[in-house]
Design a protein around this ligand. Sequence first.
Ligand code: GLA
Length: 729
Amino acid sequence: MAIQITANGFRLDTAHTSYFLERVAGDYLAHTYYGARIGADSALHLIPTYFQNYNAYPADFEGAEASVCLQTLPQEYGTTGGADFRTAPILIRHTDGSATLDLRYESYRLFDGTPDFDAMPFPYQNEGEDVDTLEVTLVDAPSGVRAVLGYTVFEEKDIIVRYTRVQNGGDGAVRLCRVASAQLDFVRADFDFIHLYGAWAQERQISRRPLAQGKQGFASLRGTSSHNHSPFFVLCDHTATETAGDAYGVHLMYSGCHETTVERSVYEDTRAQIGIASDSFEWTLCAGQSFTAPAAILAYSEAGLGGMSRRLHTFIRENICPAQWKGKPRPILINNWEATYFNFDEEKLLSIARAAAPLGIELFVMDDGWFGHRTSDNCSLGDWTPDRTRLPLGVSHLAAEVVQSGMQFGIWVEPEMISEDSDLFCAHPEYRIAIPGRAPTVARHQYVLDFTRTEVIDCIWAQLKDLLSSAPITYVKWDMNRALTDAYSSSLPPARQGEFLHRYVLGVYDLMGRLTREFPHVLLENCSGGGGRFDCGMLRFSPQIWCSDDTDAQERVCIQYGTSLGFPVSSMGSHVSAVPNHQTWRSISFDTRAKIAMNGTFGYELNVNALSEEERAQIPAQCAYFRAHADLIQNGDLYRLCSPYESDRFAAWAYASADKKELLLFAYQSKGHANPVDLFLTLPADPSLTYTDEEGVTCGGDTLAHAGVRVHFGFGDHLAKTLYFSAKE
Ligand code: GLA
């Protein structure tokens, strides 16, 4: 049983981890332990019981105050305005304007499976999988406000999904101004803090630093999870490596504004919180109403960052990404964006498709520019009907021709947007997000639709439904090319405008839900100016996300390596593009570009007709190599072996099948030197097996695991190599 009631509270066990919640003096709910699985029933001995000088205590502690000090007690969910002066996970303005919230244990509820999570994405349970949920209710007795803390335990996956529901059991309306989805308190502070930061064309770079005194953290206030900061963080030992050390990884399953705060207190404890960004959030809770914050996904591993990532990868692949794509091969695609930009017509697209089909490419994707009268990015968003000058016979004819050539057909849309120069804007200018009396901020000449309004979503849904029903479309690239600004909806009263950004995200989930339910055969790939909305919320609808608009192989090594800290390789959209690269102007060989792009969903984003004969001739072998190893790459276990963030010469990683009978190594030399040196790597091999490489040479798994392999690049920059090993019994 994954959840047990103990003398003082609860223990949650997964196959390899334990998590303890225990009641202490005054019925506060302490978080006493999270880490490797232990047998003890209590970890109360770990909490400090001495009273720190110059601190406060609740009135009912008078005389016994030394039993527990709220300032240093590791808590499941901190209190506000009382004797705990650390960052509060929750801020509520009561009807009288005060904000104190003294949350104490009230009750619990246990049930099988996952909770009903209304309109928000939540991981799912697979058939035969043991999943149990514990809900613990804390109450602030004077106000009647409750915090229901949820813990859904995916036992075999070593994952705990947390959620928080705030209920107003009082008489009047209260304002919820901050609500963390999860708080993790630790009785130690000797952690490194890792998170993924970036910008357009530079997503998910790794930042690692020792926790400093005080608060540190990051946020996105862009309305989306953003290029700037992923809703994901790691706390690990200072000494944690890829293979050893405590590592805690936490994802927020959310696609809007988010924040993470980690506070190292003067008493050398740590409080980490993740949730919706409080700077741009406020929610009115009338009497009897409740608010559910997005889910947070927790993974712990004592096998360092590698162990932590692999737990998250498996979970995201098997319990978050849509079930119909689980373990299924994804099509090798060709996308026309970098090949043509806005300059295309049906003939040009078909010439690319017809040249690509015989090479082993399986899906043709028509990108931006096919609708309205869109010859540049300054018009037509909102009008999802074909431009008859480019596609005289419509999308259906083009799609049929592509299918005839032997490929599947996919299409680009940007459903959340509106251009001023569009039929939709002429008919419904009020669908655009704008604050009356203010000129709305513009980005890429476009504006955002008010997805807090059902009639707006209905209008776009009607168009998308027509489009997807009109042609044999099996893939949709859903783009979102600007940040949200001017948060305001004419449908919300003034007191509820602070709800806008969260309601917007719920609107996006609504439309994505309609699309994926009605067209389950359609493979949805998310995109937001590249990888600007790469999060577990989006992954619930689309198993793959365009990782970055930067398709340069050198940059992609860093972007994809960084992304892999929290996200599986199967989620990373990655293509081979033309050189000089359109983002960096760097020229890297066709072979290297393909080898790097294979570490993802794999595809091409170029005009095959513009390639040299020699390059074009490489495509069939590249596709065949990827097809042969796609299952291992996308569903195997990833082992990061050499970090481009630590080495100025090399990067390397390997995939191993669950039984370790297959190993595939990718190694990369970014910079050559006058005195070349080789890269030595040990592989995640099973020492008891005997492996054979692609040349038929055999080698013991013990040798591969302990002595390793030598990868020789020699002279030259931007070189990639692969080594494949397979083992028989
Ligand atoms: C974004 C995407 C690109 C492409 C363009 C089209 O930038 O990331 O891949 O689809 O939009 O406008």
